[in-house]
Design a binder for this molecule. Structure first.
Ligand code: HEM
Length: 478
């Protein structure tokens, strides 16, 4: 019995010792191409799971890849799951835009029986069509005005502002308005329902090992909430859907091949709320953190707004004339991407041959470490420095497209699963940052110094919410 156990343990140990990338890569799975995929050995059974579950996964993976000379592609095991990650813009492009071999594993909240292609068509032609985004401007302006007033009140009451709760309230209301056509008073909502029960990230939840379990518990509640809202819309359904219709009305109006079943409609609607709320608020908070800590850049932005917008309210139409504002947001996305690891749930359905002679075997989870790319000194000069000028052509920078066409900076992903809300997200963040900077000077709160530490929840956010002093500029009345 003892010798049997000894043989078993020895075989296990030998397998581990000779399997470079961990258990999930045994039998030479990493050597199927002309070049093999390097990677850490990891622990028996766990692979690299433990090293990635403590600390920030994007930073840990970047440092592992750099140590092992595996930035193009690194193979590792998460338990028995084989994973590859790329920290290189060229290989990243091949992974994200691979036409037929990569798909997405859906979690419990996102179960949707319709094809990814159909969802893409519905998103680009109907939900996020430019005319619809434009028609929702009045909602963005309304939520922004409420946010500015709330900031003003908190500043006079407390002498400083915790920006995150204002941004989260505005963002949630804005997405609810676009998706359900309803705005809520978040502060008084407790009688009806508690938003943080439905959007776990709003209650600062971080529980990576229970995400699916928590999502599964949410499903029936989310279904009944969204079904109720759909029924309300069905009662007052009209024949013609206007440009500023909410997403429920738009989906209900679809016919023929693009018509969705009710369960699919619920999945799509909730996915928009789930993905759109947090990212918009967090990105704005990161922008404002950088501006508070870089008074010269903040002053330059205020000059641009004063010169090109003057003492009228900013509108979406002004955005094309505000290149510095766009560059501030782009460099924030570079230095603090809300989704630092792209496509963590993308699975290869067949072998993917890469141009560097490596081969990603079928059934491998393939992801891109966007954070590693945007911090790579070979890709970006002075990557640690917040420098919006790098995107300004007028001063020798490069106007890089951040919407998925240039993998040196693709904070919304790229390829078939690129973020469908990217234009809405950019328009909203631009409008809100412009308003925040037009109305106030932002000064760090000496009692709560700014701390750039990150925490990776559903998105990567600033660990200690930003507390700032908002000094009213009197350029415009509130
Ligand atoms: C404002 C900042 C935003 C950022 C930085 C952002 C970023 C991202 C990223 C990185 C992904 C994953 C791409 C991948 O894995 O390859 C994603 C997916 C997604 N985003 Fe956004 N997003 C933002 C706003 C929004 C908004 C406003 C909405 C909707 C109202 C939205 C809806 C979605 C959806 C539905 C997906 C899943 C797409 C799929 O799986 O096919 N996002 N987003």
């Amino acid at each position: 019995m003892f010798s049997l156990l000894l043989v078993f343990v020895s075989v296990g140990l030998l397998t581990w010792v000779f399997t470079a990338d961990g258990n999930a890569w045994k039998h030479g799975r990493n050597q199927r191409g002309r070049a093999s995929i390097p990677g850490p050995r990891g622990l028996p059974v766990f692979g690299s799971l433990l090293s990635l579950s403590c600390g920030l996964a994007h930073r840990t993976l970047a440092s592992m890849a750099s140590t092992l000379g595996a930035t193009q592609l690194m193979a590792f095991s998460l338990g028995s799951t084989p994973v590859v990650v790329s920290s290189d813009p060229h290989i990243a492009r091949e992974i994200l835009t691979s036409p037929h071999s990569l798909t997405v594993r859906l979690n419990n909240l996102q179960k949707c029986s319709c094809s990814a292609g159909l969802l893409r068509t519905i998103a680009s032609s109907h939900l996020f069509a430019p005319k619809r985004i434009a028609a929702h401007e009045s909602g963005r302006q309304l939520d922004c005005a409420t946010m500015l007033q709330g900031i003003m009140n908190e500043q006079s009451k407390n002498g400083a502002v915790l920006l995150r709760m204002h941004l989260q309230a505005a963002s949630l209301n804005n997405i609810m308005g676009s998706v359900f056509g309803k705005r809520y008073n978040v502060a008084r909502e407790s009688h009806e329902f508690n938003f943080s029960d439905y959007l776990p990230s709003l209650s600062y939840f971080y529980d990576p090992f229970c995400i699916n379990q928590r999502c599964a518990a949410l499903v029936p509640r989310v279904r009944s909430l969204v079904r109720g809202i759909i029924e309300e819309h069905q009662i007052c359904e009209s024949d013609k859907v206007s440009d500023n219709a909410d997403f429920v009305d738009v989906l209900l109006s679809l016919d023929g091949e693009v018509k969705l079943q009710e369960d699919d409609m619920i999945a799509v609607l909730w996915e928009m709320i789930f993905r759109g709320t947090d990212t918009t608020a967090l990105l704005t908070e990161w922008v404002m953190t950088e501006l508070a800590m870089n008074p010269d850049i903040q002053a330059k932005l205020q000059q641009e707004l004063d010169k090109l917008v003057g003492d009228k309210g900013v509108t979406d139409a002004d955005m094309v004339n505000l290149p510095y504002l766009q560059s501030v947001i782009k460099d924030t996305l570079r230095i603090h991407p809300p989704g630092p690891l792209l496509s963590w749930a993308r699975l290869s359905t067949s072998d993917v041959q890469l141009s560097n002679n490596m081969l990603i075997p079928a059934h491998t989870t393939a992801m891109v470490n966007m954070w590693a790319i945007t911090y790579d000194p070979m890709v970006w000069e002075d990557p640690l420095v917040f420098k919006p000028e790098r995107f300004m052509e007028k001063v020798g920078g490069e106007n890089v497209d951040v919407r998925g066409n240039d993998l040196r900076q693709a904070p919304f992903g790229a390829g078939s699963r690129v973020c469908p809300g990217k234009n809405l997200g950019m328009v909203t963040v631009s409008l809100w940052v412009a308003n925040l900077v037009q109305h106030f000077y932002w000064v760090p709160n000496p009692e709560k110094p700014v701390d750039f530490s990150e925490v990776l929840k559903l998105s990567c956010e600033i660990k200690n919410p930003l507390s700032v002093v908002a000094v009213h500029r009197n350029v415009l009345p509130l």
